[in-house]
Design a protein around this ligand. Sequence first.
Ligand SMILES: O=C(O)CCC(=O)C(=O)O
Length: 285
Amino acid sequence: MTDSIPRLAAATLEPQQVHAAIRDVGCVLLEGVFTTEEVQRPLDAWCEILRAWLHEHGHPAADSTDPEALHDAIRAVSPDAAQVALGLGRDLPDYIHLISHPKLRALVGAAMGSTNHQLAFDHCLMRVDRPLSDATNFTWHQDYTYNVLSEDAVTFWIPLVPITAEMGPLSVVPGSHGTIRPARMVSDAPRFDPNRLPLVVDAAQQADWEARRVEVYPVSPGSLLLFSCTLLHRSGPNRSNRTRFVANGRYGRFDDAALVRRNWYTARTKYPHFFAQAHPDLVHE
Ligand SMILES: O=C(O)CCC(=O)C(=O)O
């Protein structure tokens, strides 16, 4: 157990350090993995989508290069279009390029000890957390409950902008990984599609997780946070006046025996409750 998380410099990294950090702590922050240009490209491409919408609507802000100004301009005209725009990043080839980058695959491979990767696209997104908002704030959970990939799957979290303490940085509980926890299906989860969200049930332990949590900040663009799909973590509300842009997704491995035995079934957008089928003993109504 540790009260911090390992921070390693990509330039001097040995693959076994990544493996050891994931095994022992459940997470690792790798600094200087991507170049400025590599993390900027998805953001620039997202701006291009917004500019095209504003051009189409003859809006004077259509030539801005500031993602926030562009999004604010759309929101003032059409809150619906602005809402849809928040989810479009994952469709961008520049986003897909980043999340399937050989540098990321090498590190994920080191973490899981396999190159037989499953990049589960249903569980990948370009997070856009608006300023002064907690609309996408996600409470304590393990990612495995939502993705049911291999049990050693990892989540990648790549900030596209500098992440500060005010931006609702990710909180993790170092050393909390390794066990799949019981969950309950909820029908009253605010802000998300209620049918999609199983939640970690152990409310009694949440005070303990709060006490042991480490907030991951500051984090520079180009860094990569990798964590085990069984690590407890949560986000926080963005209290800053800047949008938090993060490329976020999950890698599992196709050579996992349990995955092969269940004919590769994982949770998908089409069957988000797959956890209940795969682990009926762990689910409470
Ligand atoms: O970025 C965040 O605040 C939350 C991310 C998260 O919960 C996840 O990757 O599972």
